[in-house]
Ligand binder design. Structure first.
Ligand code: GLN
Length: 203
């Protein structure tokens, strides 16, 4: 099983270390050519979502990755990665600029915790996993998930901290506002690998 990690900017090395420690192979996506390689799942790391979005466009990687996600490639997105997936960003006119995949039916708010709370730790439940440590760094949160997505059962809220949604799933897309790769707890990555394994069985 091979996991591709988007390695343009941000905290990608930590994800790679964790994925390898769990026994899966890892490749880095740095240029359009890399998208021709075989991979079974994708990780979108934290960093700066606007920078990542611009680089994805400039390097000609954006449309291919978007299509792969729409076609069901399992994705684990953390922090800026969650913003990249979101279908709506608070305070931004739809489609302007088009730096986000828009495949996850949620509205997110960026840098949402105010300056004093810019970075903090918490421990809270993630559905199906239990209490996990959570490191937030200038994190977004999910303001709301699309009602139809929730009603269909394809969308699910996975984690809430201080009454704010910080973890969601929609089909094969998992998005967290915090950085599971920065804490020693590997269960979120393991759950993602389990989902990737299941998606290979179905295919
Ligand atoms: N604030 C960043 C953004 O808007 C996300 C921060 C992070 O990934 N740690 O993209």
């Amino acid at each position: 099983m091979t996991i591709a990690v988007l390695a343009l900017q941000g905290a990608f090395a930590e994800h790679e270390k964790m994925i390898r420690s769990l026994g899966a192979d890892c490749i880095e996506l740095r240029q359009a050519e890399d998208l021709k390689k075989h991979y079974d799942g994708l990780i979108l790391p934290g960093g700066e979502s606007t920078v990542q979005g611009k680089l994805l466009r400039e390097l000609g990687m954006f449309d291919t990755i978007k299509k792969q996600i729409e076609d069901g490639l399992p994705v684990l997105a953390t922090c800026a990665g969650m913003i990249l997936l979101a279908s709506a960003i608070d305070g931004q006119i739809a489609g302007q600029p088009d730096l986000y995949f828009g495949t996850l039916p949620v509205r997110v708010r960026r840098n949402a915790y105010g300056r004093q709370l810019a970075s903090f730790h918490a421990k809270a439940d993630v559905a199906g996993i239990g209490a996990v440590p959570m490191t937030f760094i200038r994190a977004p949160y999910v303001v709301e998930m699309d009602k139809d997505a929730l009603a269909s059962g394809n969308g699910q809220i996975l984690a809430v901290v201080n009454e704010r949604i910080v973890g969601v799933r929609y089909k094969n897309q998992f998005a967290f506002a915090f950085h599971p790769e920065l804490d020693p707890d590997t269960r979120i990555h393991q759950a993602f690998l389990d989902c990737v394994k299941d998606s290979i069985k179905v295919a």
